[in-house]
Design a protein around this ligand. Sequence first.
Ligand SMILES: NC(=O)c1ccc[n+]([C@@H]2O[C@H](COP(=O)([O-])OP(=O)(O)OC[C@H]3O[C@@H](n4cnc5c(N)ncnc54)[C@H](OP(=O)(O)O)[C@@H]3O)[C@@H](O)[C@H]2O)c1
Length: 222
Amino acid sequence: MKNVLIIGGSSGLGLELAKIYSNDHKVIITGREKKESIEYDFVSFDMDKYESTEGYLESFLDQLPKIDILIYALGYYQKGVITDISDDDIKMITDSGITVPSLIVKKILIKQGVLDTFIAITSTSAWTPRLLEPLYATSKAGLTMLAASLSLDDRIDKVMVAGPAGMKTPFWKNNPEVDTSEMLESHWVAENIFREVHEDFKYKYIQLLRKPERVVLVEKRQ
Ligand SMILES: NC(=O)c1ccc[n+]([C@@H]2O[C@H](COP(=O)([O-])OP(=O)(O)OC[C@H]3O[C@@H](n4cnc5c(N)ncnc54)[C@H](OP(=O)(O)O)[C@@H]3O)[C@@H](O)[C@H]2O)c1
């Protein structure tokens, strides 16, 4: 049975992917704190502790078995023009989309030599600039290019970038003014990612859009 590590798998899209993969994979998820309702193997990963604790990422990775499928779904909303965002918050969101996934893939490759599949969850913000999302967008655009670049590395069999539009998830919990009623269901997004990743390719970039709900293929390479 293959091992799937879902960074940011404790809620929303990551949790929906965990539900699907757990049918025939061993699933390990991360979040900041384990909630009682979580049925999957859980290892805590917290961006705040990553910033403040030396060796935090190494200790996190040391607890893991061999990883076959790595899904990077960690992400959080950050709202404001650039002068509204503190220096620390600029660094943390950039780290969350670029530095942390880079270090995780690097350290997994050094430890294992190979990785079957890397799936990077981005956003429409990766290609649509928005006034109030300068660093969120930058972190998602960076993650997109990280994944595309890693797809050229023969030690990784398959890389997929999945960029969803707005989804009804806890992502919006601190922004009650945002109307999520017409956003995508995260289980629809997860089902489509699962279906799309099972085709034969080396690199694939899909967008999961709404009104109407659809999957758009941006790029596919063997
Ligand atoms: N919802 C949307 O409208 C939307 C649209 C496009 C793209 N996305 C992207 O889709 C991905 C999944 O988001 P979602 O909508 O499923 O949101 P979600 O339910 O809030 O899930 C986010 C995941 O990231 C983890 N996470 C958040 N902040 C963290 C931090 N500071 N340190 C460690 N882990 C942290 C959460 O863990 P905890 O349990 O600790 O909170 C959770 O597992 C994200 O990358 C997001 O950017 C979301």
